[in-house]
Each structure stands twice: as structure tokens, then as C-alpha cells.
Design a protein around this ligand. Structure first.
Ligand SMILES: CC(C)(COP(=O)(O)OP(=O)(O)OC[C@H]1O[C@@H](n2cnc3c(N)ncnc32)[C@H](O)[C@@H]1OP(=O)(O)O)[C@@H](O)C(=O)NCCC(=O)NCCS
Length: 193
């Protein structure tokens, strides 16, 4: 398998929360991966502000896990291979159902198609499963918004259990579609899994 090849050359792929010193590389990766994005195609200082705002919005949220990264070993140093942001976008009144958004998933071009994107999502899914196991929530919806330029990645998300639920016109930019993908995670699924 592809993943085995990269592990042989680079050691284990680690998925974990971002360390502050990695923010610079995360921004570089997002700029490279989303060239026409409304924020990531702009100045670095605005990207910093945007990510800080995302982090702040999650600060007092007991379910949160924020910005995560995938790292590999190169010459005994951690190098950034990928990143993803997780947000809690809604919570039912009694706290039993939560809606999450997986955002800004990007893998460094030279490490793509080695299972790293799947691992980043798997890490977030696993955190949600743990919240369910601990009884913090019973069910979770996960949403991903895919803009037209990234349309081909729908296939990638479908492999991780997402389905296209809706599409929006003229949302991020004029004359462009956005595909809304979602999946449900529940205790039932935990049992089956
Ligand atoms: C989308 C992205 C994160 C995928 O990361 P990755 O590490 O290459 O993905 P994986 O190796 O885990 O791929 C898992 C499966 O999805 C498929 N897949 C991956 N990228 C794909 C793409 N661009 N189009 C279609 N299928 C894709 C793989 O072939 C693989 O299938 P397999 O299990 O049958 O071999 C990466 O291509 C990327 O960073 N793209 C640019 C940013 C972007 O478009 N992000 C998504 C929108 S937010």
C-alpha cells in the first residue's frame, strides 16, 4: 500500500493538534493548496487573523479540537505533511447532538495519495467517536463544503462516508457552485464499527 511506502522512507505519520511554531508552515500549505480561496489567496497577516478567530471561536467549547496537523520525519525533524481545521458549528439545546465542520483539509502536494488526508479525517472522526463513548454527545453531523475548483475531491470524501447533500449557487464567489457534503456519526455506528 502507498502508506507503507511513505512510512518506509519517512517513518510514522503522526496526527496531532498544531504546535504554535507550526502555524507558519500551515499558512504556507493553505496558500499553496487553495489558490483562489477568499482568505488564503490574500495577505499572510489576514490568514493569521482568520485562523486566530477560528481558534478563539472554539476556545470555550468542551468538544473542540481545532487545527490538527499530519507530520512526517525528515532527517529526524518533524515536517508538516498536512492540516485540517475542525469546528463545532451547532449544538442542540440539551447538548446531545453536535454539528462539526471539517475545513481547509490540505496535504502537501509531494505527499498526496499516500493516505494522509484520510488519516487526518480519521483522527477527527475518532475524537467524535470518543465524545459519543464518553456520553458527551449521542449523535454528530459532520459537514464539508466543497467549492467548484475542488470538485474532484468529492470522490475522496465519499470514500470516508460523506455524501453530497445539497449544492449552493454563488456562495463563496459569483457564478460558482458549492457542494455541501455530510455524514452522521452515532452510537449505533460505534457499535457496528
Ligand atoms: C484532497 C486531499 C486533501 C487528499 O489528500 P490525500 O492525502 O492525497 O488523500 P488520500 O491519499 O488519503 O486519498 C484517499 C482516497 O481518495 C482518493 N483521492 C485523493 N485525492 C483525490 C482527488 N483529488 N480526486 C479524486 N480522488 C482522490 C485517493 O485516490 C484515495 O483512494 P484509494 O483509497 O482508493 O487509493 C489533497 O489532494 C489536497 O490537499 N488537495 C488540495 C486541497 C483540497 O482540494 N482540499 C479539499 C477541499 S477542502
Amino acid at each position: 500500500m502507498e502508506q507503507k511506502a511513505i512510512i518506509e522512507t519517512h517513518g510514522v505519520i503522526t496526527i496531532r493538534p498544531i504546535k504554535p511554531a507550526e502555524l507558519k508552515d500551515v499558512i504556507k500549505l493553505l496558500k499553496k493548496s487553495f489558490k483562489i480561496h477568499n482568505v488564503f489567496s490574500g495577505p499572510t497577516k489576514d490568514i493569521r487573523k482568520y485562523l486566530a478567530k477560528l481558534r478563539k471561536a472554539e476556545e470555550n467549547n468542551p468538544l473542540t479540537f481545532g487545527i490538527i496537523v499530519a507530520t512526517l520525519q525528515e532527517e529526524k525533524k518533524d515536517v508538516l505533511a498536512g492540516t485540517m481545521v475542525v469546528r463545532t458549528s451547532a449544538m442542540s439545546k440539551e447538548g446531545l447532538h453536535a454539528s462539526f465542520k471539517y475545513m481547509h483539509l490540505a496535504v502537501n502536494e509531494k505527499y498526496r495519495k499516500h493516505g494522509i488526508g484520510t488519516k487526518l479525517m480519521g483522527y477527527a472522526d475518532e475524537k467524535i467517536h470518543q465524545l459519543i463513548e464518553k456520553g458527551k454527545i449521542k449523535t454528530a453531523r459532520v459537514q464539508v463544503n466543497i467549492a467548484e475548483p475542488e470538485k474532484e475531491t468529492i470522490n475522496f470524501y465519499e470514500k470516508s462516508g460523506f455524501h453530497v447533500e445539497a449544492n449552493l449557487s454563488n456562495y463563496y464567489r459569483y457564478n460558482e457552485q458549492v457542494y455541501i457534503l455530510s455524514k452522521l456519526i452515532s452510537a449505533e455506528e460505534n457499535k457496528e464499527g
